[in-house]
Design a protein around this ligand. Sequence first.
Ligand SMILES: NC(=O)c1ccc[n+]([C@@H]2O[C@H](COP(=O)([O-])OP(=O)(O)OC[C@H]3O[C@@H](n4cnc5c(N)ncnc54)[C@H](O)[C@@H]3O)[C@@H](O)[C@H]2O)c1
Ligand SMILES: O=c1ccn([C@@H]2O[C@H](COP(=O)(O)OP(=O)(O)O[C@H]3O[C@H](CO)[C@@H](O)[C@H](O)[C@H]3O)[C@@H](O)[C@H]2O)c(=O)[nH]1
Length: 481
Amino acid sequence: MSATAAAPSPQLPAVGPVKKICCIGAGYVGGPTMAMIAHKCHDIEVKVVDINAQRIAQWNSDTLPIYEPGLDEIVKGRRDQNLIFTTEVDQAIREADMIFISVNTPTKTFGVGAGRAANLEFIEKCARKIAEVSEGHKIVVEKSTLPVRTAEAVKAILGEATTGATFDVLSNPEFLAEGTAVDDLLSPDRVLIGGEREEAIQALVDVYAQWVPRERLLTTNLWSSELSKLTANAFLAQRVSSINSISALCEATEADVDEVAAAIGTDSRIGPKFLKASVGFGGSCFQKDILNLVYLCEYFGLPEVADYWQQVVAMNDYQKRRFVHRMVRTMFNTVSDKKIAIWGFAFKKDTNDTRESAAIYVCRDLLLEKARLSIYDPQVTKEQIVSDMEAVFQNGDQELSAVSRQLIENNIEVVSDAESAAKDAHAIAVLTEWDEFEKADFRAIAEQMKKPAFIFDGRNKLKNLSLEDLGFQYHGIGFSR
Ligand SMILES: NC(=O)c1ccc[n+]([C@@H]2O[C@H](COP(=O)([O-])OP(=O)(O)OC[C@H]3O[C@@H](n4cnc5c(N)ncnc54)[C@H](O)[C@@H]3O)[C@@H](O)[C@H]2O)c1
Ligand SMILES: O=c1ccn([C@@H]2O[C@H](COP(=O)(O)OP(=O)(O)O[C@H]3O[C@H](CO)[C@@H](O)[C@H](O)[C@H]3O)[C@@H](O)[C@H]2O)c(=O)[nH]1
């Protein structure tokens, strides 16, 4: 959505306490954030709506659509009391005094800005829907991650409402991380609320203040709030790429990246968090948001700034490629027809989310080397793995080539435990840091693997287990021994 001049605001009415919330988008953000509001604010009715009827049905079932520690109890504790999941989008919007927009904002795959800009189609559709069906006054809250100045376009669309409805627009980006969403929502480092009219900002502050200490409720102007979200993710991802770049140097010099991270992390100006070297960052946010930042910098005529941030993604791609190269080189320069156990497919532990998972790219490159993969992840389904692999081979094309289809059908199996994946394998590649991998029976596993039995640990999860003593050749990230 390009930023156009907003229509002049009509006189806005006074804002009362929030009684009814509607959240458009029942995804990884909409579901947990609204469940937390319902859990903490029993006097507010929270309706979470989605056009995806299957997703809503899952939120209303015993098996929620997303796996997140602690979420089941919270959802099931408030569901059908003050937490309602429904496909009745228009009605929920009409009834609400506050409407969160929490729909997906993926990287655009077509047209201007393809591969970098955020696709704001779903945001615009929500704004148009709100303008079409609203009556009275509404506070519209941008919860999705958006390019700075999107609120200008949202306001312009809402300003065209023909129903006489009036609107405040706030930005309230979400900082939860998957796998720790419930804890992050219960005790956030901060809640950021950007807006223009004090009364509207206060209405949302009052919702969060029911459980978040006041000093953690930060209020800013709209644009600072929108831009802070992209900036926070860019800084976090930059730390991972920075330590991953150093991991390559460690492997070349006999330094140990975990020791280096610990040493620099004790400097209070650097701090110890987010310095874990890995096979590469994944997830639906980091890459998408940095690419969006890069696009914005170019849009605003700042190519040097764009190049600076692009390098964070380039380093991440390098790290994933480097991992596979190291595997192939170490296994005598060929993995063709070798069985490789893939331990973990999710982009991090404690989630079933595979979006942009490093595992997808590592598996693709191993398949291109004609390896046979036996994949195990405690939370990711076979359907999801196959669909991710099809998508990565399709690479935006309409059709999957016959060669790629054959590779996926013949060279991938998905199994239900880590030991079965490793049976008769030449190597294990640890791609997600699930805790259960540390507890595997490595003595039994070693006996069942081809020799030499290699372990390539993309998370340094098994580093302290002295696996060499059991006969493994163990290779982690950023150290050699
Ligand atoms: N996943 C995370 O951990 C995370 C954390 C912070 C911020 N974010 C941001 O939050 C936003 C949502 O992310 P997500 O991971 O929840 O996405 P998601 O894909 O899991 O969920 C989005 C939902 O919106 C629904 N939707 C799309 N258009 C709609 C419409 N017009 N009407 C009703 N429903 C519609 C989709 O059907 C989908 O269920 C994104 O901007 C993302 O960048 C995500
Ligand atoms: O030291 C680290 C930390 C993370 N990672 C990887 O980085 C990725 C992202 O991890 P994390 O940030 O914990 O998960 P996300 O759910 O992607 O959360 C990020 O993206 C969200 C969506 O915008 C934001 O809300 C969160 O604040 C931000 O942490 C994962 O693949 C991790 O394995 C590392 O490799 N090393």
